[in-house]
Design a binder for this molecule. Sequence first.
Ligand SMILES: Nc1ncnc2c1ncn2[C@@H]1O[C@H](COP(=O)(O)OP(=O)(O)OP(=O)(O)O)[C@@H](O)[C@H]1O
Length: 352
Amino acid sequence: MARIGFERLAHAYPGGGGYALKPMDMVWEDAGAYALLGPSGCGKTTLLNIVSGLLRPSEGRVLFGAADVTALPTERRNVAQVFQFPVVYDTMTVRENLAFPLRNRGVPAAAARGRVEYVARLLGLTRDLDRPARNLGADEKQKISLGRGLVRNDVAAILFDEPLTVIDPNLKWELRSRLKELHREVPVTMIYVTHDQTEALTFADRVAVMSEGEVVQMGTPEALFERPAHTFVGHFIGSPGMNLLPCAVEGRQALLPGGLHVTLPHAYPALSGQVELGIRPEFATLADEGLPVTIRRLEDLGRRRIARLELAGRPFAATLPEGMPVPAEPRLLLQPAQLHVYAGGRLMPGEA
Ligand SMILES: Nc1ncnc2c1ncn2[C@@H]1O[C@H](COP(=O)(O)OP(=O)(O)OP(=O)(O)O)[C@@H](O)[C@H]1O
């Protein structure tokens, strides 16, 4: 198990035109469950491959504990990897597949047996243990791959690269919770790459949200929801994402187009770059008093209703409280503590 550190780490692919991963310093604590979350092309796989040793970074250092592993190949890093598609020996039984990484490390047969059966139980593979792997379907085969990644508990880290891609949607939820359960029982550092926010937020204690080669925020799922450090995080996390309105800020007042004023929870100094006011739809509700808005349409999302509005000439999403009829003259209430100010995309702290 290891704490993983990045020191001035960056990567530019030869002939790739600039950084695929911009310079970063970061520490992932030993035994943490981390996710790398972001859209296609943001640099998740590049960072994961640097951790696994598949890719040598063009700048900076990678540390496992105190050891500099930057130049070490994968086989000398003691990491387990689970990829998008199953990596399974068809000629072996499920049991032999799961035991393979242990046998390779010389783990005694009795200890290996217990561990294999434990992991098989966790992944729902017990009944298949003595079947040849080749007779199984894609879901089952990917479960074997997951099992082979999870079976050793002496690894520095287990790296998952979009491991549930081929899994049937109904099974995904179940496997996610099993992985989480396993992490609680065997606290190994786990790093999980995905573009799916539900997967990242349910699996990880801490999520690194990436955009354009940069980790724009590393935080708990709660922090990403309540205090997005970057407008990208506000927008990318949540459904619908955070509302962002261009504005000017003077002290404790945000001035929106059309002459509307919003009182902020803090005062702000003079800000440069594009200034935006951010608030999540969950903290903006239709009410009898507040800012004047126009309702464009309503969306019923099952447990809640979202009103698509126009505020200061811009689209805006808010919550229509349960049981509230659609108001004839709709007004919008914004929870003051949930108002955030961004300049150049970054969250501004405000004055104490
Ligand atoms: N071998 C390569 N040579 C040149 N450029 C590359 C190479 N691999 C990736 N890139 C570029 O680096 C950037 C980051 O790619 P990366 O694969 O790390 O992103 P990602 O977030 O994992 O995306 P995806 O989810 O699509 O795999 C992209 O712009 C990509 O085009």
